[in-house]
Design a protein around this ligand. Structure first.
Ligand code: NAD
Length: 481
């Protein structure tokens, strides 16, 4: 069976423990490869490699760093089919989605930051009357840690690695142990692109073992983490006493506010996507749908009609809209929320059941599920489910819609459907979320700040925000005669 090895100092290697974890193909519910179960010894080895590479990499010209990163981007593109197949098999997502979104975006992440670093300026201030000149040095931090989740495996790992190395840092990275395959393949691509050894080190294994060793490492200067809010809390508690820089991109429970004056057909089509893309396992999915009363009944009918036409099936089948959920444990968690919804008095308008897919009887398939709820404070409306489950509820006024949208501990993204400019301006200011999409969803420009408010995290990634995170700003003040 294929082994997923660590990539340290430019070389693939076994974990120190020689222990291995099972890696599942969720579409079949079968183990298909074995993952290095790394521990603190492996993280130390990765750290040493990164530390040794830092002096040279941080002094490599920006042009050269950029050139290497562009080569990584091109090689990801050249290997689109193979990487997309690996992602679909490892994660259970439709191959079509991995081809259209995950892998192209991983390539764009490297390409974007290869260009962004060439435009990353520092400021200078002449202090008139004080005969002095101030300028800002933005220096790389040293060795940094990047930890990513399973829902968009290569997409989110590269979203962290790319700005980190562009800014001159060296990296110890850990992808999710649930979906390690494309990170494993990235090692080879980086070597082929000529990334000097030790600049990127990828250690596989569980959160409590390999992940913990990264966040608790006394000399790893910063942690860029994407994952669950509980894990984020733990990371903050562990890393804060060592004054590590932290960027925490955490969970969400995003509202989708639909007003009667919107472009109805476009809204309907995009809302199906924002609810169920990637089996609803995107932190930005709109999982709480609030609809203005006057179009509520119509919306329920039309939405359910469209959702019932979605095909749940083999990720490798071109017709498939929803593939498998990522793991058995996750499938059971999502199902438990459907039960909670029923216990709380919610009404299942569509779905709620497992799907048997021919030839894949043990895969983790679930119908897209639409639940009508009658109290916005019920658990299915407050807790992150992170699966193909959305709630719907009507609202009477803009004030009530806003109040329900904000009445949750999370604040990652929100979507607003309206053609009223004044309402757009008012609500975009008032919505407690790091992103407000108006008449669109998952429309991303990589120059924009990305991140959440409240329990959805601290810090911003994207564009220069990410490059600022991965650098230390130092003021130099020179007085002259
Ligand atoms: P998770 O928190 O369980 O795991 C994320 C990563 O953290 C994994 O690599 C895991 O091994 C590691 N980890 C776990 N415990 C650790 C520890 N003690 N020390 C260090 N690392 C540790 O999250 P998940 O289940 O993989 O991903 C789903 C979550 O991610 C959802 O809550 C989702 O909303 C969130 N997410 C957020 C964003 C965003 O941009 N805000 C994007 C995608 C996913």
């Amino acid at each position: 069976m294929q082994k997923i090895l660590n990539y340290i100092n430019g070389t693939y290697c076994d974990p120190h423990s020689d222990e291995w974890l099972d890696n599942y193909d969720p579409s079949k519910g079968e183990v298909y490869s074995r993952i290095a179960n790394s521990n603190s010894e492996d993280v130390e080895k990765a750290y040493e490699a990164a530390k040794a590479a830092f002096p040279s990499w941080s002094n490599t010209t920006i042009e050269e760093r950029s050139r290497i990163m562009l080569r990584i981007a091109s090689l990801i593109e050249d290997n689109l089919d193979g990487l997309a197949e690996a992602e679909a098999k490892d994660n259970g997502k439709p191959l079509s989605l991995a081809k259209a979104m995950d892998i192209p975006r991983a390539s764009s992440n490297f390409r974007f930051f290869a260009h962004a670093i060439t435009q990353f300026n520092s400021e200078a201030y002449e202090s008139v009357g004080l005969n002095s000149m101030n300028y800002t040095l933005r220096q790389p931090l040293g060795v940094v840690g990047c930890i990513s989740p399973w829902n968009l495996p290569l997409y989110l790992l590269s979203w962290k690695i790319a700005p980190a190395i562009a800014a001159g840092n060296t990296v110890v990275a850990k992808p999710s142990e649930v979906t390690p395959m494309t990170a494993f393949l990235l090692g080879e691509i980086c070597s082929e692109a000529g990334l000097p050894k030790g600049v990127l080190n990828i250690v596989h294994g569980t959160g409590p073992s390999a992940g913990q060793a990264i966040i608790a490492h006394p000399h790893i200067k910063a942690i860029s983490f994407t994952g669950g809010t509980k894990t984020g809390e733990h990371i903050a508690r562990t890393a804060a006493p060592m004054f590590k820089k932290l960027s925490l991109e955490l969970g969400g429970k995003n509202p989708n506010l639909i007003f009667a004056d919107c472009d109805y057909d476009k809204m309907l089509e995009v809302t199906v996507r924002s609810s169920f893309a990637n089996q609803g396992q995107i932190c930005l999915c709109g999982s709480r749908i609030f609809v203005e009363r006057s179009i509520y009944e119509q919306f329920k009918t039309d939405f359910v009609a469209k959702v019932s036409a979605l095909k749940v099936g083999d990720p490798f089948d071109e017709e498939t809209n929803l593939g498998a959920l990522v793991s058995k444990a996750h499938l059971e968690k999502v199902e438990s929320y459907i039960k909670i919804a029923e216990d709380e008095g919610g009404k299942i308008l569509f779905g709620g059941n497992r799907v048997k897919v021919d030839g894949h009887e043990n895969g983790y398939y679930l119908q897209p599920t639409v639940i009508e709820v009658f109290d916005d404070q019920c658990r299915v409306n407050q807790e992150e489910i992170f699966g193909p489950v959305v709630t719907v509820m009507p609202f009477e006024t803009e004030e009530q819609a806003l109040q329900m949208a904000n009445n949750v501990k999370y604040g990652l993204s929100s979507t607003l459907w309206t053609n009223d400019l004044n309402r757009t301006m008012r609500l975009s200011k008032e919505l407690e979320a790091g992103i407000v999409w108006v008449n669109t969803w998952l429309n991303r420009d990589l120059r924009t700040p990305f991140g959440g408010m409240k329990d959805s995290g601290v810090g911003r990634e994207g564009g220069f925000e990410a490059l600022r995170f991965f650098t230390e700003a130092k003021n130099v003040c020179i007085e002259y005669e």
